[in-house]
Write a protein of this length. Structure first.
Length: 386
């Protein structure tokens, strides 16, 4: 194995387990301690790794050192566009955040992206030559760097390359659906970290998700897999904002809750706020809100059963408002889930687990996607030669 490939392997391990000792790294990778020491010295000199003494353990023998990100090392920039706001976060090797900028959406793609582009430029000025990739999370369907449709934002056919300005144009720009990035975060660092295959479902203005297998998101032929909210699990008489009839989303979203409560239909710009209000009322014991939440929870459980029957995951992770439904509507959700499973699955069904990161998950996953790219031989060579 070439030296640089060994270096990339060590960096990936430190990214996954920041603070791992040199001795444990040697054991995990099956490398000699001398080779690990040599690689660490080289990577420290290249501003990729840092090492510091570990706390005394009382054990006999030489003290070992912990491996972490170099204070001047490469950074990923995670951009999260949500329904009501956005944030830009600089992330170092190992996942620690170094700074965050946030703002509100203007409902106009152009003005929102202009504000985000200014935040990207500010980060490049704050961390000269350290930002090496940008990943953008969007609550919608994304193909390449183009937002095909994000109905909650009322964005259609929006090109994210508008975020490029000056030095950022030379950086890799990755883009993806928020639920897919969140699924990656939970699989790498969260509630699904011990599972080989997991199903992640995330509800905000609608439902999305992803299947993660062996640490990677199953993207489909065009990278568009995971639009589970548009499965025909809903009322076939209702048109979804995507244009189809009978989408599962129509039984789970803010409009569904409003119908169940006999209230006016919330506007797109206020859907997330409306759902938060209903969940808060249910948590406070308001009976009409509890009834609505329990009915929506049962619709969620029924659909989850169908996905489990089809996809055979080890665990199901519920994030966003799905996590709240798991807590507030636990009984109807579980009852509908079990009732919808094939009989042979009911004895030991995949567990329904609340997400660990919740609203932070898309940003964590976006940063992970950047480091998947950056911890590559060619990208590491570019860092050293910069």
């Amino acid at each position: 194995m070439p030296t640089r490939s060994r270096a990339a392997t060590l960096l990936r391990l430190v990214h996954q387990q920041p603070g791992i000792t040199r001795a444990d790294a040697a054991r995990t990778l099956g490398m000699g301690t001398g080779l690990i020491a040599e690689l660490t010295a080289r990577l420290t000199g290249q501003h990729l790794l840092s090492e510091s003494p570990t706390a005394p353990s009382g054990a006999r023998g030489r003290p070992t050192t912990a491996l972490t990100a170099h204070p001047d090392g490469p950074l990923a920039l995670a951009v999260v566009i949500a329904h009501e706001g956005w944030r830009v976060t600089a992330v170092e090797l190992g996942g620690r955040t170094l700074g965050e900028t946030a703002g509100s959406n203007h409902r106009s793609a152009r003005s929102t992206l202009r504000a985000i582009a200014a935040a990207i430029t500010a980060n490049q000025e704050a961390f000269p030559d350290r930002i090496r990739a940008i990943a953008v999370s969007v609550p919608g369907t994304v193909g390449g760097t183009r937002v095909l449709q994000a109905p909650g934002l009322e964005w259609h056919g929006v090109e994210l390359n508008q975020l490029c300005a000056g030095a950022s144009c030379a950086l890799p720009l990755l883009a993806g659906n928020d639920a897919s990035f969140a699924a990656l975060a939970e699989a790498r660092r969260g509630a699904a970290a011990t599972a080989r295959t997991s199903l992640y479902l995330f509800i905000e203005a609608g439902l999305g998700g992803a299947v993660v297998d062996a640490g990677g998101v199953v993207g489909g032929a065009n990278g568009l897999a995971g639009e589970f909210g548009h499965l025909p699990f809903g009322d076939r008489s209702r048109r979804c904002v995507c244009g189809a009839f009978g989408c599962w989303n129509t039984s789970l979203d803010a409009h569904s809750l409003a119908r169940l409560r006999g209230e006016p239909d919330p506007k797109h710009a206020h859907e997330v706020t409306y759902v938060r209000g209903v969940l808060a009322a249910a948590s406070a014991g308001v009976v009409p809100a509890i009834d609505a939440v329990e009915q929506v929870s049962a619709e969620l459980g029924r659909g989850v059963a169908g996905l489990v029957n089809a996809l055979d995951p080890e665990v199901v992770i519920l994030g966003g408002f799905a996590r709240d439904l798991l807590e507030l509507g636990s009984r109807p959700l579980h009852d509908a889930y079990v009732a919808g499973l094939m009989s042979f699955r009911r004895g030991d069904p995949p567990s329904l687990i609340p997400a660990r990161f919740d609203e932070l998950a898309p940003g964590i996953g976006a940063a992970e996607q950047c480091f998947d790219l950056l911890l590559d031989d060619d990208q590491l060579s570019a860092w050293v030669m910069r």
